[in-house]
Design a protein around this ligand. Sequence first.
Ligand SMILES: *Cc1c(COP(=O)(O)O)cnc(C)c1O
Length: 417
Amino acid sequence: MDYFRYLDNRLHCEQVPLDQIAASVGTPFYCYSQGTLERHFDVFSRAFAAVDHLICYSVKANSSLAILDTLARRGSGFDIVSGGELERVKRVGCPGSRVVFSGVGKSGAEIQAALEHDILLFNVESHGELLRINTLAGRMGKKAPIALRINPDVDPATHPYISTGLRRNKFGIPHPQAMELYRLAASLEHVIPMGLDCHIGSQLTTLEPFVDALKRVKQLLIELRRAGIPLRYLDLGGGLGIPYDAQQIPPHPERYAEALLQELNGLEITLILEPGRVIVGNAGVLVAGVEYVKEGEEKRFIITDAGMNDLLRPALYDAHHTILPVVRRFDREEILADVVGPICESGDFLAKDRVLPEFHAGELLAVRSAGAYGFSMSSNYNTRPRAAEVMVCQDRFAVVRPRETIHQLMEHETLFT
Ligand SMILES: *Cc1c(COP(=O)(O)O)cnc(C)c1O
């Protein structure tokens, strides 16, 4: 459920027509619905109401301060993967007690900054990282709360670039090494084993892989308890998919919660979840202007002012995003076209071989489901300023990040003299 819909044939975000925003801020821009964001967070959190739990929104899905602030006010915690993301969650006033830190390559400086902020958990991904955290915590006279991220070796059946829980992936500690590393952790002076973590991938559209992974880590939790290493937290990561089109509808968060809670039954544990996409994906759209419509020899191209530097997912994952006209007209034929950007790469497309209403130069289109891994993956490739970001609440909108200027892009560069 989201708050993007047509009223009088104009696509609205909540009560604001997107063409009105375009007239005011120009294109391309990302537009986020605050009401949708809050709703998604509440639905997800409520689904786990029966157990002690903490939702740690995955910052990398969309790290804009207005998004983080909206979620922090709702009581969300945060899953960070860098020192930069730590600074972002500090900026919106999130206490360390609601922050978990994931990622395979935490630097010494990042670990230190997280220790200073007294975060809830380090999700440790290797033997080397465990020792490094122990050393740094020792130097600071602290004890670092840690979880080991276990790679359960289950197939999430998603795109290979976003699967993380297979033996061949770089993520986590191989399941067979877990017990030994927990024993080591328990013997170290400056870390405390507090939890167990696993995150198997992203955009999962069925529940089985989640349940399979949970079965494996639950067994491990029980064995650890027997071995005298009782853990307080079980972090099951993120990964629940969203509908990008009508063909594949992933399970509702309530079904997801039911499946997990059923498997957890009786296990006394505080549950941590790290949803990203399912919270923010369908709370945002990318609005672009049509620059040209070009008749190729084989294909028609709708060339927009948004490209792969603004939304990388189609190029990177061959991802499908629904494309809608911002103003719906009924005098248009349907055509088959590629929607492409201005970037000098053949991989620069937003949609391929798509049946769409005919567009004319100067008109606007909206790329749906662009709230997650949209702006946060955007770049300045081809020296293109990153798009503006707008947030809407009911009948009000504000630019929460202005469009970059070309001047900003070159500001810190110098000639070599
Ligand atoms: C990316 C990531 C998430 C969020 O994944 P979604 O598919 O956006 O829910 C959660 N945890 C970790 C460790 C991640 O890397």
